[in-house]
Design a protein around this ligand. Structure first.
Ligand SMILES: Nc1ncnc2c1ncn2[C@@H]1O[C@H](COP(=O)(O)OP(=O)(O)OP(=O)(O)O)[C@@H](O)[C@H]1O
Ligand SMILES: [Mg+2]
Length: 457
């Protein structure tokens, strides 16, 4: 049972609050700040209802103490309603909400429920972080959706082997993060992790970048320079944006993957490499190989263990987890005190499509904190313009027909569009729509949408 603590010097208020909440919660009462602090030190409390005006230490001073000892405890201020100033001040100091005496019972119940919801979510984020951290020694990776946790589980399994891993996913889904996790969870964790950005270098420099060069290999080579393969040693070599690798470099990399050997530019000595390869791409490498834009022999070597990171919009429940994670992690200024999102703001965040995925979410949270972080709650109107549209409720619904028919017609359009976007591949269309392939099939049958040729995956 969730626990509520009421700190108020008036016995009448304490008892009436007990009467309101005793059915659903365990209610503890304290008549002053000191007694309240004692209870908080001894038991875990989910919500604190705190009187603003009390004879010894008043509610505001107590609230400030709590920021040091119980920063995540939601506090609902009880105000006698004579002056708004202390309430405004309390909200600035991070109170969750306030009620005025005499109470509106429904209102106070609703506020307490919301406060409890916010702690529950908060704790969930912490447990998830903890669980993931236990599996991976690198921290700061957050997620609870089935599709994302499955990708992480695959990554962990892959970490144990020496197999080459190909991490795929849209931009900003965390490919590099997962590549680093694979390294950190592997037996090579004490060896170097070296990244190569395949799109960043012109082909002429790529070879010496990868394999190094001997002294005198070309006019400017006044000394031997080790390449990325040298630097990685027996660690992990990460090829980012591998789809952008030029054909010449592709041939060279293929040779190294086959022989585990390379030569520096201008050198004759054969050097053995023990490095493990992890590659990442936002493009469909298989399709590129089929079109002849990427060597298929290299594709087969690289893609031994594929790990697909789902787009953020297909990770159910992860937006609130990640948004709160970034909110707590990012403190751009000394007066940053925002501790949560208002419910409407969170709804808008959840409804958004996130084309830039986790990176975009992180940037949006950071931007809101820079601009509005001095307020206790991030509110809907703080969100950038592109989010405001979602509030208008989307396109106007057509007229005529029953609710069922209208919704069905709309759903049919959505599914057909997702299927077209994903070339008829149902698993991908389902992912795009944030559902499973089984449910998608069921809906397609129900709405009379035919599977395209070869669309059965
Ligand atoms: N699950 C997660 N938990 C916490 N932070 C995450 C998570 N996924 C991604 N991030 C953060 O989001 C940002 C983007 O992640 P990353 O650079 O790994 O994406 P990417 O897929 O490599 O993107 P791109 O294709 O644009 O290179 C990073 O700051 C990363 O730390
Ligand atoms: Mg990246």
């Amino acid at each position: 049972m969730k626990r509520i603590l009421v700190v108020d010097d008036e016995i009448g208020t304490r008892e009436s609050l007990r009467a309101v909440f005793a059915r659903k919660y365990e209610v503890r009462l304290a008549e002053n700040a000191a007694a309240g602090m004692q209870i908080l030190g001894a038991t875990s409390v989910d919500v604190l209802l705190l009187d603003v005006l009390m004879p010894e230490k008043d509610g505001l001073a107590f609230l400030r103490d709590l920021r040091g000892t119980h920063p995540d405890l939601p506090v609902v201020m009880i105000s006698a309603g004579t002056s708004v100033r202390p309430v405004v001040e309390a909200m600035r100091d991070g109170a969750f909400d306030y009620v005025t005496k005499p109470f509106d019972v429904l209102e106070i119940e609703r506020i307490v429920e919301r406060a409890i919801e916010s702690t529950t979510l908060h704790r969930r984020v912490q447990t998830l972080e903890f669980e993931i951290e236990r599996e991976f020694p690198v921290s700061g990776i957050v997620g609870g959706s089935e599709s994302f946790l499955k990708a992480l589980a695959d990554a962990r399994k892959a970490a144990e082997s020496d197999a080459t891993v190909l991490v795929t996913g849209e931009s900003g889904t965390g490919k590099e993060l997962v590549a680093r996790l694979i390294h950190a969870a592997s037996p090579r964790r004490d060896e170097p992790f070296v990244a190569v950005h395949c799109a960043a270098l012109p082909e002429t420099l790529m070879e010496s970048e990868l394999f190094g060069h001997e002294k005198g290999a070309f006019t400017s080579a006044d000394r031997m320079k080790p390449g990325r393969f040298d630097l990685a040693g027996a660690g992990t070599l990460f090829f980012d944006e591998v789809s952008e690798m030029t054909p010449v470099t592709q041939v060279k990399l293929l040779r190294v993957l086959q022989e585990h050997e390379f030569m520096r530019v201008g050198g004759t000595r054969v050097i053995r490499t023990e490095a493990r390869i992890v590659a990442a791409t936002a493009k469909d490498l298989k399709q590129q190989a089929a079109r002849g834009e990427f060597r298929d022999d290299l594709y087969y070597r690289i893609g031994v263990v594929p790990i697909r990171l789902p787009p953020l919009r297909a990770r159910e429940g992860d937006v609130p987890l990640l948004a709160r994670h970034f909110l707590r992690q990012c403190r751009p200024g000394p007066d940053t005190r925002a501790r949560d999102f208002a419910p409407e703001a969170m709804e808008l965040l959840c409804a958004y499509r996130w084309p830039g995925n986790v990176r975009e979410l992180r940037n949006v949270v950071e931007r809101m904190l820079v601009l509005h972080g001095n307020e206790p709650l991030i509110r809907a109107e703080h969100l950038p313009e592109e989010f405001q549209g979602a509030r208008a409720g989307g396109p106007e619904p057509p007229e005529g027909g029953t609710l069922e028919e209208l919704v069905g017609a709309f759903e049919k359009r959505l599914i057909e569009k997702a299927l077209a976007d994903s070339g008829g591949v149902q698993t991908r269309a389902a992912e795009q729509l944030g559902t499973t392939r089984r449910i998608l099939r069921y809906r397609m049958d129900k709405l009379g949408i035919a599977a395209s040729n070869g669309g059965g995956d």
